[in-house]
Design a protein around this ligand. Structure first.
Ligand SMILES: C[S@@+](CC[C@H](N)C(=O)[O-])C[C@H]1O[C@@H](n2cnc3c(N)ncnc32)[C@H](O)[C@@H]1O
Length: 190
């Protein structure tokens, strides 16, 4: 069985310099979950990562959300949902009905407000025991992705971690019970 790293290389996943680091974390997290049935990734581009997930999770349907029309990447187990990740009506009408999802990965627009909007809308549709990963959270320090006045995804997640530890009754993300950070990555467990 191939590792995530081998599949990212084979399918040319576009995770840039982070590919190896992210792949290692994903192998730790996902190797015991090869039986899962639904994966959602926001951000499809050339299809490298969704093809990797299709191979890694042999029983799963892989849903790819992108603002560009990438329907040519569809297969029996890859479904493309076209729309913007911060568009709540799109998420409600076209994404959420396919859930609940065992794993959600956000590799979309990377703007902090987009990451938080998608997380808040989709978190209730993660299975219990499931994982929500947000990639490239270092963009929180880039004024293009997080202009002055916007709350950065890192600050948002720190607030959720504080509540998870001290005030679980006040959590915006109900059922959050473990959060992990790595280089560029936030991993939330339900
Ligand atoms: C970094 S690429 C995804 C790479 C892919 N996950 C991989 O590893 O091979 C980001 C993708 O997100 C899409 N995107 C950008 N802004 C978006 C938004 N607001 N909503 C949905 N998709 C968006 C872009 O069209 C692009 O295809």
């Amino acid at each position: 069985m191939s590792t995530v790293g081998e599949l990212f290389l084979e399918h040319k996943a576009e995770k840039y310099h982070t590919t190896t680091l992210y792949a290692q974390v994903y192998d730790w997290l996902f190797s015991g979950r090869r039986h899962i049935t639904k994966v959602l990734e926001i951000g499809v581009k050339g299809g490298g990562s969704i093809r990797s997930w299709e191979a890694y999770f042999p029983h799963a349907t892989i849903y790819g959300v992108d603002c560009d029309h990438l329907e040519h990447l569809e297969t029996d187990r890859i479904k493309i949902l076209t729309g913007r990740q911060e568009d709540q009506e799109f998420l409600k009408a076209q994404v959420i009905p396919h859930g609940p999802f065992d794993i959600i990965i956000d590799d979309g627009g990377h703007h902090s407000h987009q990451q938080q909007t998608s997380l808040l809308a989709l978190w209730p549709h993660v299975t219990v025991g499931g994982i929500y990963a947000i990639e490239d959270i270092f963009y929180a320090f880039d004024a293009y992705y997080c202009p002055p006045g916007d709350k950065s995804t890192i600050v948002f997640l720190q607030e959720q971690v504080n509540r998870m530890i001290c005030r679980p009754d006040a959590l915006l993300l109900q059922g959050l019970h473990l959060v992990q950070f790595s280089y560029g990555l936030a991993i939330l467990h339900k």
